[in-house]
Ligand binder design. Structure first.
Ligand SMILES: [Zn+2]
Length: 159
């Protein structure tokens, strides 16, 4: 679809509903593959350490983006599947604009013993509390049900 008319009415619809076929494959890469295989059988995360600047990458990377050096196999390290909430928000409306029965808290979590962070769902009984700085741990699926994917992390909960 192309736009042949200039949009001047700010109330004009800026989207439309429909279906669009989008077939794609998003591989997790060598480092992501190793991370998820580890997650499938362990209750911890993997990270990598730059041999030059000692930055600890989470999620793990094979090259340091600051030093442009390769991270060797011996620089992989196991870190706890836990961290500290840096920031969070609470979603009350779903992607279809409908109010959700249960609000969902999403947080950016600084992963312990690394220089990295990840987004995660926070399960809490007190959604109105300020959770910044709270220590949380990942709650994973039982090992026999894990598939080696990000959804193996069910949610994070406060320690
Ligand atoms: Zn480095």
């Amino acid at each position: 679809m192309t736009f042949t008319e200039k949009q001047t009415d700010p109330t004009a619809p800026t989207h439309w509903r429909g279906n669009m076929q989008a077939d794609y494959l998003y591989p997790s890469g060598v480092a992501g593959d190793k991370f998820f295989k580890h997650l499938k059988g362990n209750d911890s995360f993997l990270a990598t350490i730059c041999p030059k600047c000692e930055k600890i990458f989470f999620p793990p990377r094979l090259y340091c983006e600051d030093c442009f050096v390769e991270i060797p196999d011996e620089n992989w390290t196991e870190v706890p599947a836990q961290g500290t909430i840096r920031l969070f928000t609470t979603a009350t409306i779903n992607a279809h604009g409908k109010k959700m029965k249960t609000p969902k808290m999403v947080a950016l979590i600084d992963i312990e013993k690394t220089d990295g962070a990840m987004l995660g769902i926070i399960k809490t009984t007190d959604p109105d509390k300020d959770h910044i700085g709270a220590k949380v741990k990942a709650v994973l699926k039982p090992k026999e049900r894990r598939e080696g994917v990000i959804k193996d992390i069910l949610y994070f909960e406060e320690i």
